[in-house]
Write a protein that binds this ligand. Structure first.
Ligand code: PLP
Length: 374
């Protein structure tokens, strides 16, 4: 009926926007899914029981608008106050709220030369890192400042950043994925602390994969007035489906974020699932150990086959495959019913990002790679 929708109804910023591209969730059954860093193990039986028990007539009621009980439990876990925690519809929502709360839209062309106005409108991040950050900056009409990691995807030190004219110590908001994605490297808390000390604006340490790493930087969020740590129940806690993530950090920043979030931003079953998760952390710690062991095995086997595997402190590995371009490998593996991720970006287009699955899934991947190389 409305065959031609007039473009003028839509803001130019939105018309021009390159939206975030999520990994494929295939409709075909029987594929081995190693493309979106989901946990290969299901949630704890206690979590499933808690969600089932809550699925009744109470679904008609609004959930806690502040996820009160969950925030209290998280505060206990991290030894802070509930005022230091805000929960969201996945940590992606938290990242978007941070942009809206701390970053001005880009100034008009006239004043663009003013350095401080531009810094106030800048979202800064290393590249390659989480590909959502530029989308969030663009959506907000903010300036983005993508600064290259070192060639081995390690993080430049503060002294190096001072020499790099591009890095902005006054950027309103700086995102650091730690451990990094898609590189997989873990960063040392002492290095992150030096970076935090040097930044004037807000720093978000995005710890989506931290449970698979050697160190975490939670103490920085509870020490500095301008540092937030982002965590999620998605990856390590097998809850992607329920969409629960959070920020921990200084009460003033957290209060600012609460002001602008949707009133009921965390769905009720998500709150219940996350609370039950915190009641069974032992179950999950055993899973982390299994995934780390499989990661070690997979890295070794792929290295034997001629892959160049980068060190990983996450539940995935980044690996440069031999013989064919990575994009060909993507297809060849898919032909053998294995899904991995390939990013068509200059810094990482030679690599495949492979989620660490169960030992059986990792075994199937190695077998398929052997077949491809024959
Ligand atoms: C998966 C991921 C997130 C988002 O997780 P959700 O809580 O599911 O929104 C955030 N940051 C990084 C780096 C991720 O890989």
């Amino acid at each position: 009926m409305f065959s031609r929708i007039p473009k003028k109804l839509i803001r130019p910023l939105v018309l021009d926007l390159h939206a975030y591209v999520p990994g494929e969730q295939p409709k075909i059954k029987g594929l081995i899914k190693l493309n979106t860093n989901e946990n290969p193990y299901p949630p704890s039986p206690k979590v499933l029981a808690a969600v089932r028990a809550a699925t009744d007539g109470r679904l008609r009621l609004y959930p806690s608008p502040t996820a009160q009980r969950l925030r209290e439990k998280l505060a206990k876990l991290h030894r802070c106050a509930p005022e230091n925690i805000i929960v969201g519809n996945g940590s992606d929502e938290m990242l978007a709220l941070a942009v809206r709360a701390f970053v001005e839209p880009k100034p008009e062309a006239k004043s663009r030369r003013e350095k401080s106005a531009l810094a106030a409108a800048t979202v800064q991040y290393f590249t390659p890192s989480y590909s959502l950050y530029p989308v969030l900056a663009d959506t907000h009409g903010a300036a983005r400042n993508a600064v290259a990691l070192k060639p081995d995807f390690s993080m430049p030190g503060v002294a190096e950043l001072k020499r790099d004219k591009k890095w902005n110590f006054n950027a309103a908001l700086t995102f650091v994925t730690t451990p990094n994605a898609p590189g997989g490297r873990g960063y040392r808390t002492t290095d992150l602390e030096k970076l935090c000390r040097a930044q004037q604006g807000v720093v978000v340490l995005d710890e989506a994969y931290v449970d698979f790493a050697k160190e975490n930087a939670m103490k920085l969020a509870l020490k500095f007035p301008h540092v937030l740590v982002a965590r999620t129940f998605s990856k390590a806690y097998s809850l992607c489906f329920q969409r629960v993530g959070y920020f921990a950090g200084p009460a003033e920043l957290i209060a600012a974020l609460h002001k602008i979030r949707d009133s009921y931003n965390v769905n009720g079953l998500g709150q219940i699932a996350a609370e039950a998760t915190l009641g069974d952390l032992k179950f999950y710690r055993a899973n982390f150990q299994k995934i780390i062991a499989t990661r070690t095995w997979l890295s070794r086997e792929l290295t034997k086959l001629g892959f160049r595997v980068l060190p990983s402190e996450t539940n995935f590995i980044l690996a440069q495959p031999p013989l064919f371009p990575a994009s060909d490998w993507l297809q060849k593996l898919r032909d053998r019913k294995i899904l991995v991720r390939w990013f068509n970006l200059p810094e990482v287009s030679r690599y495949l990002r492979i989620t660490v699955g169960t030992p059986d899934e990792a075994g199937a991947l190695v077998k398929a790679a052997r077949g491809i190389l024959k």
